[in-house]
Design a protein around this ligand. Structure first.
Ligand code: BGC
Length: 444
Protein backbone atom coordinates (compact mmCIF):
# COMPACT_ATOMS: atom_id res chain seq x y z
CA UNK A 1 0.00 0.00 0.00
CA UNK A 2 1.51 3.31 -1.08
CA UNK A 3 -0.56 5.39 1.34
CA UNK A 4 0.86 6.63 4.61
CA UNK A 5 -1.15 7.92 7.53
CA UNK A 6 -0.01 11.44 6.65
CA UNK A 7 -2.39 11.34 3.70
CA UNK A 8 -5.24 11.61 6.23
CA UNK A 9 -3.94 14.67 8.05
CA UNK A 10 -2.51 15.23 11.52
CA UNK A 11 -5.82 15.21 13.39
CA UNK A 12 -7.05 11.92 11.98
CA UNK A 13 -7.75 9.45 14.80
CA UNK A 14 -6.27 5.95 14.40
CA UNK A 15 -7.26 3.36 16.95
CA UNK A 16 -8.70 -0.01 17.87
CA UNK A 17 -12.12 -1.02 19.19
CA UNK A 18 -13.06 -3.57 21.84
CA UNK A 19 -16.18 -4.37 23.89
CA UNK A 20 -16.52 -5.26 27.57
CA UNK A 21 -18.34 -8.58 27.34
CA UNK A 22 -16.10 -9.81 24.54
CA UNK A 23 -12.78 -9.32 26.35
CA UNK A 24 -13.13 -8.61 30.07
CA UNK A 25 -14.08 -11.90 31.68
CA UNK A 26 -14.12 -11.15 35.42
CA UNK A 27 -17.56 -12.68 35.44
CA UNK A 28 -19.43 -11.61 38.57
CA UNK A 29 -16.15 -10.29 39.95
CA UNK A 30 -16.13 -7.51 42.53
CA UNK A 31 -19.87 -7.17 42.78
CA UNK A 32 -20.73 -7.24 39.07
CA UNK A 33 -24.33 -8.27 38.41
CA UNK A 34 -25.62 -10.60 35.71
CA UNK A 35 -26.11 -9.27 32.22
CA UNK A 36 -28.33 -10.66 29.48
CA UNK A 37 -25.23 -12.12 27.81
CA UNK A 38 -24.21 -13.92 31.02
CA UNK A 39 -27.67 -15.47 30.94
CA UNK A 40 -27.87 -16.13 27.21
CA UNK A 41 -24.59 -18.06 27.02
CA UNK A 42 -25.95 -20.42 29.69
CA UNK A 43 -28.86 -21.53 27.50
CA UNK A 44 -27.72 -24.66 25.72
CA UNK A 45 -27.40 -24.48 21.98
CA UNK A 46 -27.36 -20.70 21.68
CA UNK A 47 -23.60 -20.27 21.30
CA UNK A 48 -21.33 -22.31 19.08
CA UNK A 49 -19.86 -25.14 21.23
CA UNK A 50 -21.80 -23.66 24.19
CA UNK A 51 -18.91 -21.27 24.79
CA UNK A 52 -19.18 -18.27 27.09
CA UNK A 53 -17.15 -15.22 28.09
CA UNK A 54 -16.75 -15.83 31.84
CA UNK A 55 -13.02 -15.45 31.31
CA UNK A 56 -12.69 -14.42 27.62
CA UNK A 57 -9.34 -12.56 27.29
CA UNK A 58 -9.25 -11.94 31.05
CA UNK A 59 -8.74 -8.28 30.19
CA UNK A 60 -10.31 -7.46 33.56
CA UNK A 61 -7.08 -8.63 35.20
CA UNK A 62 -4.63 -8.29 32.33
CA UNK A 63 -5.42 -4.76 31.17
CA UNK A 64 -2.11 -3.28 32.40
CA UNK A 65 -0.04 -5.60 30.18
CA UNK A 66 -2.53 -5.39 27.30
CA UNK A 67 -2.55 -1.60 27.33
CA UNK A 68 1.21 -1.60 27.45
CA UNK A 69 1.27 -3.83 24.37
CA UNK A 70 -1.20 -1.44 22.71
CA UNK A 71 1.08 1.48 23.44
CA UNK A 72 4.07 -0.44 22.09
CA UNK A 73 2.08 -1.00 18.89
CA UNK A 74 1.83 2.80 18.56
CA UNK A 75 -1.95 2.72 19.09
CA UNK A 76 -3.03 5.94 20.76
CA UNK A 77 -6.83 5.63 20.72
CA UNK A 78 -8.85 2.83 22.28
CA UNK A 79 -12.60 2.50 21.91
CA UNK A 80 -13.92 0.25 24.70
CA UNK A 81 -17.25 -0.22 26.41
CA UNK A 82 -18.43 -0.06 29.99
CA UNK A 83 -20.31 -3.01 31.40
CA UNK A 84 -23.51 -1.50 32.82
CA UNK A 85 -23.88 -4.35 35.34
CA UNK A 86 -20.44 -3.62 36.84
CA UNK A 87 -21.65 -0.09 37.62
CA UNK A 88 -25.21 -1.01 38.61
CA UNK A 89 -25.38 -4.76 39.39
CA UNK A 90 -29.18 -4.55 39.22
CA UNK A 91 -29.27 -2.03 36.39
CA UNK A 92 -30.28 0.86 38.64
CA UNK A 93 -30.27 1.82 42.30
CA UNK A 94 -27.07 1.45 44.22
CA UNK A 95 -23.74 2.04 42.49
CA UNK A 96 -21.11 -0.69 42.78
CA UNK A 97 -17.98 1.19 43.86
CA UNK A 98 -15.70 -1.68 42.79
CA UNK A 99 -17.02 -1.35 39.23
CA UNK A 100 -16.29 2.38 39.25
CA UNK A 101 -12.82 1.65 40.62
CA UNK A 102 -12.10 -0.80 37.82
CA UNK A 103 -12.95 1.66 35.04
CA UNK A 104 -11.10 4.42 36.86
CA UNK A 105 -7.98 2.26 36.87
CA UNK A 106 -8.47 1.39 33.20
CA UNK A 107 -8.89 5.05 32.24
CA UNK A 108 -5.99 6.28 34.37
CA UNK A 109 -3.72 3.56 33.10
CA UNK A 110 -4.63 4.37 29.49
CA UNK A 111 -4.00 8.07 29.95
CA UNK A 112 -0.68 7.42 31.67
CA UNK A 113 0.39 5.44 28.60
CA UNK A 114 -0.78 8.16 26.22
CA UNK A 115 -3.83 6.17 25.05
CA UNK A 116 -7.01 8.22 24.66
CA UNK A 117 -10.19 6.44 25.81
CA UNK A 118 -13.28 6.51 23.58
CA UNK A 119 -16.09 5.00 25.62
CA UNK A 120 -19.14 3.16 24.31
CA UNK A 121 -21.84 3.20 26.96
CA UNK A 122 -23.81 0.24 25.68
CA UNK A 123 -22.31 -2.67 23.78
CA UNK A 124 -25.19 -5.13 24.23
CA UNK A 125 -24.82 -6.29 27.86
CA UNK A 126 -28.02 -5.10 29.53
CA UNK A 127 -28.24 -5.91 33.27
CA UNK A 128 -30.45 -9.00 33.72
CA UNK A 129 -32.69 -7.40 36.33
CA UNK A 130 -33.79 -4.87 33.74
CA UNK A 131 -34.54 -7.66 31.28
CA UNK A 132 -36.90 -9.18 33.84
CA UNK A 133 -38.77 -5.88 33.66
CA UNK A 134 -38.96 -6.07 29.85
CA UNK A 135 -35.52 -4.69 28.99
CA UNK A 136 -35.50 -2.79 25.71
CA UNK A 137 -39.17 -3.58 25.15
CA UNK A 138 -40.13 -1.48 28.20
CA UNK A 139 -40.11 2.27 27.63
CA UNK A 140 -38.71 2.75 31.15
CA UNK A 141 -35.40 1.54 29.72
CA UNK A 142 -34.80 5.05 28.41
CA UNK A 143 -34.77 6.44 31.95
CA UNK A 144 -32.73 3.53 33.32
CA UNK A 145 -30.23 4.10 30.56
CA UNK A 146 -29.91 7.87 30.98
CA UNK A 147 -29.42 7.43 34.75
CA UNK A 148 -26.61 4.98 34.04
CA UNK A 149 -25.14 7.37 31.45
CA UNK A 150 -25.27 10.26 33.92
CA UNK A 151 -23.48 8.11 36.49
CA UNK A 152 -20.68 7.28 34.02
CA UNK A 153 -20.28 10.95 33.17
CA UNK A 154 -20.19 11.86 36.84
CA UNK A 155 -17.40 9.40 37.63
CA UNK A 156 -15.40 9.37 34.39
CA UNK A 157 -16.27 12.60 32.58
CA UNK A 158 -13.43 14.54 34.21
CA UNK A 159 -10.93 12.50 32.16
CA UNK A 160 -12.89 10.99 29.27
CA UNK A 161 -13.82 13.41 26.51
CA UNK A 162 -15.09 11.08 23.76
CA UNK A 163 -18.31 9.15 24.17
CA UNK A 164 -20.45 6.84 22.07
CA UNK A 165 -23.99 6.13 23.19
CA UNK A 166 -24.97 2.80 21.61
CA UNK A 167 -23.21 0.09 19.68
CA UNK A 168 -25.14 -1.00 16.57
CA UNK A 169 -28.77 -0.79 17.70
CA UNK A 170 -29.84 -2.56 14.50
CA UNK A 171 -27.92 -5.66 15.56
CA UNK A 172 -29.10 -5.88 19.15
CA UNK A 173 -32.71 -5.25 18.16
CA UNK A 174 -32.63 -7.42 15.02
CA UNK A 175 -30.59 -10.36 16.30
CA UNK A 176 -31.67 -10.03 19.94
CA UNK A 177 -35.34 -9.05 19.67
CA UNK A 178 -36.55 -10.33 16.29
CA UNK A 179 -34.47 -13.38 15.38
CA UNK A 180 -33.65 -14.47 18.93
CA UNK A 181 -30.09 -15.45 18.01
CA UNK A 182 -28.43 -12.91 20.32
CA UNK A 183 -29.27 -11.99 23.91
CA UNK A 184 -31.88 -11.66 25.25
CA UNK A 185 -33.28 -14.13 22.70
CA UNK A 186 -36.63 -12.42 22.15
CA UNK A 187 -38.44 -13.00 18.88
CA UNK A 188 -41.09 -11.39 16.73
CA UNK A 189 -42.20 -8.09 15.28
CA UNK A 190 -43.69 -6.65 18.44
CA UNK A 191 -40.61 -7.06 20.56
CA UNK A 192 -38.44 -5.83 17.67
CA UNK A 193 -40.45 -2.65 17.11
CA UNK A 194 -40.69 -1.88 20.83
CA UNK A 195 -36.94 -2.38 21.28
CA UNK A 196 -36.25 -0.35 18.13
CA UNK A 197 -38.20 2.67 19.28
CA UNK A 198 -36.78 2.61 22.79
CA UNK A 199 -33.23 2.18 21.52
CA UNK A 200 -33.72 5.04 19.05
CA UNK A 201 -34.99 7.22 21.91
CA UNK A 202 -32.12 6.10 24.14
CA UNK A 203 -29.49 6.98 21.54
CA UNK A 204 -30.72 10.58 21.40
CA UNK A 205 -31.59 10.96 25.10
CA UNK A 206 -28.28 9.37 26.10
CA UNK A 207 -26.41 11.89 23.95
CA UNK A 208 -28.46 14.78 25.37
CA UNK A 209 -27.59 13.64 28.87
CA UNK A 210 -23.86 13.55 28.12
CA UNK A 211 -23.87 16.96 26.45
CA UNK A 212 -25.85 18.59 29.24
CA UNK A 213 -23.42 17.30 31.87
CA UNK A 214 -20.27 17.63 29.78
CA UNK A 215 -20.70 20.31 27.12
CA UNK A 216 -17.07 20.13 26.02
CA UNK A 217 -17.22 16.42 25.19
CA UNK A 218 -17.47 14.91 21.71
CA UNK A 219 -20.50 12.65 21.49
CA UNK A 220 -21.44 10.14 18.85
CA UNK A 221 -23.22 6.87 18.45
CA UNK A 222 -22.46 3.90 16.21
CA UNK A 223 -24.31 2.13 13.41
CA UNK A 224 -23.82 -1.17 11.66
CA UNK A 225 -23.88 -0.80 7.89
CA UNK A 226 -23.69 -2.85 4.72
CA UNK A 227 -23.52 -1.73 1.13
CA UNK A 228 -26.58 -3.39 -0.42
CA UNK A 229 -26.88 -4.33 -4.10
CA UNK A 230 -29.65 -6.13 -5.97
CA UNK A 231 -28.75 -9.47 -7.56
CA UNK A 232 -29.63 -8.00 -10.96
CA UNK A 233 -31.48 -5.03 -12.39
CA UNK A 234 -34.96 -6.57 -12.36
CA UNK A 235 -37.40 -4.14 -10.79
CA UNK A 236 -38.47 -6.42 -7.97
CA UNK A 237 -34.87 -7.09 -6.96
CA UNK A 238 -34.07 -3.39 -7.07
CA UNK A 239 -37.03 -2.75 -4.76
CA UNK A 240 -35.90 -5.60 -2.51
CA UNK A 241 -32.48 -3.93 -2.23
CA UNK A 242 -34.15 -0.66 -1.22
CA UNK A 243 -36.02 -2.43 1.56
CA UNK A 244 -32.88 -4.17 2.81
CA UNK A 245 -31.02 -0.86 2.72
CA UNK A 246 -33.79 0.83 4.74
CA UNK A 247 -33.57 -1.85 7.39
CA UNK A 248 -29.81 -2.28 7.53
CA UNK A 249 -28.62 1.29 7.01
CA UNK A 250 -31.41 3.78 7.62
CA UNK A 251 -33.56 2.55 10.50
CA UNK A 252 -31.66 4.19 13.37
CA UNK A 253 -29.78 6.92 11.52
CA UNK A 254 -32.75 8.72 9.99
CA UNK A 255 -34.78 9.30 13.17
CA UNK A 256 -31.59 10.68 14.75
CA UNK A 257 -31.21 13.11 11.83
CA UNK A 258 -34.81 14.21 12.34
CA UNK A 259 -36.20 12.33 9.34
CA UNK A 260 -38.35 9.78 11.18
CA UNK A 261 -38.32 6.04 10.51
CA UNK A 262 -37.93 4.85 6.88
CA UNK A 263 -41.53 3.69 6.57
CA UNK A 264 -41.56 4.65 2.88
CA UNK A 265 -39.72 1.46 1.99
CA UNK A 266 -40.99 -0.89 4.69
CA UNK A 267 -44.68 -0.40 5.42
CA UNK A 268 -44.60 -2.77 8.40
CA UNK A 269 -42.41 -0.28 10.21
CA UNK A 270 -45.46 1.96 10.54
CA UNK A 271 -46.50 -0.29 13.39
CA UNK A 272 -43.76 1.31 15.45
CA UNK A 273 -46.28 4.12 16.02
CA UNK A 274 -47.94 1.91 18.58
CA UNK A 275 -44.94 2.56 20.83
CA UNK A 276 -44.66 6.28 20.13
CA UNK A 277 -45.95 9.07 22.33
CA UNK A 278 -46.63 12.68 21.48
CA UNK A 279 -43.37 14.57 21.09
CA UNK A 280 -41.26 11.49 20.39
CA UNK A 281 -40.37 12.56 16.84
CA UNK A 282 -38.56 15.52 18.37
CA UNK A 283 -36.95 13.44 21.09
CA UNK A 284 -35.51 11.04 18.51
CA UNK A 285 -33.46 13.83 16.99
CA UNK A 286 -30.04 14.90 18.21
CA UNK A 287 -27.13 16.72 16.57
CA UNK A 288 -24.23 14.40 17.24
CA UNK A 289 -20.64 15.57 17.07
CA UNK A 290 -19.85 12.51 15.00
CA UNK A 291 -21.46 9.40 13.61
CA UNK A 292 -19.71 6.07 14.08
CA UNK A 293 -19.94 3.81 11.04
CA UNK A 294 -19.15 0.11 11.34
CA UNK A 295 -18.75 -1.99 8.26
CA UNK A 296 -17.60 -5.51 7.47
CA UNK A 297 -19.04 -6.54 4.11
CA UNK A 298 -21.72 -5.91 1.50
CA UNK A 299 -24.99 -7.76 0.91
CA UNK A 300 -26.45 -8.91 -2.39
CA UNK A 301 -30.22 -9.41 -2.16
CA UNK A 302 -33.19 -10.59 -4.17
CA UNK A 303 -36.95 -10.49 -3.85
CA UNK A 304 -38.58 -13.37 -1.98
CA UNK A 305 -42.25 -14.00 -1.14
CA UNK A 306 -41.23 -16.30 1.68
CA UNK A 307 -39.55 -13.78 3.96
CA UNK A 308 -42.17 -12.11 6.16
CA UNK A 309 -42.46 -8.29 6.19
CA UNK A 310 -39.30 -7.66 4.19
CA UNK A 311 -39.93 -9.91 1.18
CA UNK A 312 -36.20 -9.82 0.60
CA UNK A 313 -33.54 -12.44 1.04
CA UNK A 314 -29.78 -12.46 1.02
CA UNK A 315 -27.91 -14.22 -1.72
CA UNK A 316 -25.14 -15.37 0.56
CA UNK A 317 -21.47 -15.05 -0.23
CA UNK A 318 -21.17 -18.84 -0.08
CA UNK A 319 -23.90 -19.18 -2.70
CA UNK A 320 -22.12 -16.64 -4.84
CA UNK A 321 -18.81 -18.53 -4.41
CA UNK A 322 -16.84 -15.38 -3.60
CA UNK A 323 -13.96 -15.22 -1.08
CA UNK A 324 -15.28 -15.17 2.50
CA UNK A 325 -14.07 -14.58 6.05
CA UNK A 326 -14.64 -17.15 8.82
CA UNK A 327 -17.96 -15.35 9.48
CA UNK A 328 -18.90 -16.35 5.91
CA UNK A 329 -19.00 -12.69 4.99
CA UNK A 330 -17.83 -11.66 1.55
CA UNK A 331 -14.37 -10.10 1.55
CA UNK A 332 -15.31 -6.78 0.01
CA UNK A 333 -13.35 -3.79 1.36
CA UNK A 334 -14.93 -1.46 -1.20
CA UNK A 335 -18.17 -1.63 0.80
CA UNK A 336 -16.79 1.01 3.14
CA UNK A 337 -16.36 3.49 0.28
CA UNK A 338 -20.01 3.13 -0.80
CA UNK A 339 -21.24 3.39 2.77
CA UNK A 340 -19.18 6.50 3.48
CA UNK A 341 -20.54 8.15 0.33
CA UNK A 342 -24.07 7.15 1.22
CA UNK A 343 -23.92 8.43 4.81
CA UNK A 344 -22.11 11.62 3.81
CA UNK A 345 -24.85 12.42 1.29
CA UNK A 346 -27.42 13.16 4.01
CA UNK A 347 -27.95 16.87 4.55
CA UNK A 348 -26.60 17.92 7.97
CA UNK A 349 -24.58 14.74 8.34
CA UNK A 350 -22.06 15.19 11.17
CA UNK A 351 -18.42 14.17 10.64
CA UNK A 352 -17.96 10.42 10.36
CA UNK A 353 -15.63 8.08 12.22
CA UNK A 354 -15.25 4.45 11.29
CA UNK A 355 -15.66 2.96 14.73
CA UNK A 356 -15.31 -0.67 13.61
CA UNK A 357 -13.91 -2.38 10.54
CA UNK A 358 -12.00 -5.64 10.34
CA UNK A 359 -12.00 -9.24 9.21
CA UNK A 360 -11.85 -12.72 10.76
CA UNK A 361 -9.62 -15.31 9.16
CA UNK A 362 -8.38 -18.72 10.24
CA UNK A 363 -5.08 -17.77 11.84
CA UNK A 364 -2.38 -20.28 12.61
CA UNK A 365 0.45 -19.98 15.06
CA UNK A 366 3.63 -21.26 13.46
CA UNK A 367 6.88 -21.01 15.42
CA UNK A 368 5.36 -18.39 17.65
CA UNK A 369 4.22 -16.17 14.75
CA UNK A 370 0.91 -15.51 13.04
CA UNK A 371 1.29 -14.68 9.36
CA UNK A 372 -2.16 -13.28 8.62
CA UNK A 373 -1.51 -11.77 5.21
CA UNK A 374 -5.20 -11.81 4.28
CA UNK A 375 -6.12 -9.63 7.24
CA UNK A 376 -3.31 -7.17 6.54
CA UNK A 377 -4.34 -6.78 2.94
CA UNK A 378 -8.01 -6.38 3.93
CA UNK A 379 -7.12 -3.59 6.36
CA UNK A 380 -4.90 -1.91 3.79
CA UNK A 381 -7.59 -2.03 1.14
CA UNK A 382 -10.10 -0.52 3.55
CA UNK A 383 -7.69 2.34 4.20
CA UNK A 384 -7.35 2.90 0.45
CA UNK A 385 -11.17 3.02 0.15
CA UNK A 386 -11.39 5.43 3.09
CA UNK A 387 -8.89 7.69 1.38
CA UNK A 388 -10.86 7.50 -1.87
CA UNK A 389 -14.01 8.65 -0.04
CA UNK A 390 -12.14 11.33 1.90
CA UNK A 391 -10.56 12.75 -1.22
CA UNK A 392 -14.04 12.97 -2.75
CA UNK A 393 -15.10 15.21 0.12
CA UNK A 394 -16.39 12.84 2.82
CA UNK A 395 -15.70 14.37 6.24
CA UNK A 396 -14.03 11.30 7.71
CA UNK A 397 -12.19 11.87 10.99
CA UNK A 398 -11.04 8.50 12.25
CA UNK A 399 -10.71 4.74 11.98
CA UNK A 400 -10.81 2.11 14.70
CA UNK A 401 -9.88 -1.45 13.74
CA UNK A 402 -12.09 -4.22 15.04
CA UNK A 403 -10.34 -5.50 17.02
CA UNK A 404 -7.30 -5.45 19.30
CA UNK A 405 -7.45 -8.99 20.76
CA UNK A 406 -9.07 -12.15 19.42
CA UNK A 407 -12.17 -12.42 21.58
CA UNK A 408 -15.60 -13.88 22.22
CA UNK A 409 -17.54 -13.38 19.00
CA UNK A 410 -21.10 -13.56 20.39
CA UNK A 411 -23.17 -16.46 19.00
CA UNK A 412 -20.10 -17.72 17.10
CA UNK A 413 -18.03 -18.21 20.25
CA UNK A 414 -14.23 -18.12 19.94
CA UNK A 415 -13.88 -19.53 16.46
CA UNK A 416 -13.81 -16.30 14.41
CA UNK A 417 -10.63 -14.39 15.15
CA UNK A 418 -10.67 -10.67 14.35
CA UNK A 419 -7.71 -9.51 16.46
CA UNK A 420 -4.47 -7.78 15.62
CA UNK A 421 -3.21 -9.83 18.55
CA UNK A 422 -3.67 -13.59 18.75
CA UNK A 423 -4.96 -14.96 22.05
CA UNK A 424 -4.51 -18.55 23.18
CA UNK A 425 -7.64 -18.98 25.29
CA UNK A 426 -6.13 -21.89 27.24
CA UNK A 427 -3.01 -20.10 28.39
CA UNK A 428 -3.98 -16.44 27.77
CA UNK A 429 -0.75 -16.03 25.85
CA UNK A 430 -0.76 -13.10 23.42
CA UNK A 431 1.11 -12.98 20.09
CA UNK A 432 1.12 -9.86 17.95
CA UNK A 433 0.05 -11.01 14.48
CA UNK A 434 1.75 -9.77 11.33
CA UNK A 435 -1.27 -7.49 10.80
CA UNK A 436 -0.63 -5.98 14.24
CA UNK A 437 3.02 -5.44 13.36
CA UNK A 438 1.99 -3.84 10.09
CA UNK A 439 -0.46 -1.48 11.90
CA UNK A 440 2.27 -0.59 14.40
CA UNK A 441 4.60 0.32 11.51
CA UNK A 442 1.88 2.22 9.69
CA UNK A 443 1.18 4.25 12.83
CA UNK A 444 4.89 4.45 13.77
C1 BGC B 1 -20.00 -5.72 16.79
C2 BGC B 1 -18.84 -6.44 17.44
C3 BGC B 1 -18.59 -7.73 16.70
C4 BGC B 1 -18.20 -7.41 15.28
C5 BGC B 1 -17.88 -8.61 14.41
C6 BGC B 1 -20.03 -5.80 15.31
O1 BGC B 1 -21.29 -6.18 14.91
O2 BGC B 1 -20.10 -4.41 17.27
O3 BGC B 1 -19.12 -6.62 18.79
O4 BGC B 1 -17.64 -8.54 17.33
O5 BGC B 1 -19.23 -6.70 14.66
O6 BGC B 1 -18.98 -9.43 14.27
Amino acid sequence: MGLTKDAFGDDFVWGVSTAAYQIEGGYLQDGKGFSIWDDFVRKRGKISNNEHADVACDFYHRYPQDLEMMRNMNIRHHRFSISWSRIFPFGKGEVNQAGIDYYNKLIDHSLALGITPWITLYHWDLPSTLEIHGGWTNRDVVGWFTDYVACCIKYFGDRVKHWMVLNEPMVFTGAGHFLGIHAPGRRGLNSFLAATHHAALAQAEGARTIKSLLPESTVGTTFSSSHVEPLNTSERNVLAAKRADALLNRLFLEPLLGMGYPTDEIKTLRKVEKFMKAGDEQKLKFDMDFIGVQNYTREIVEHSYFIPYLRTKLVTATQRKVPVTTMNWEVYPESIYHILKKFAAYPNMPPIMITESGASFADEVVNGEVSDAKRTSYLQEVIVQMHRAKSEGVDLRGYFIWTFLDNFEWAEGYHPRFGLVHVDFETQQRIIKDSGKWYADFLG
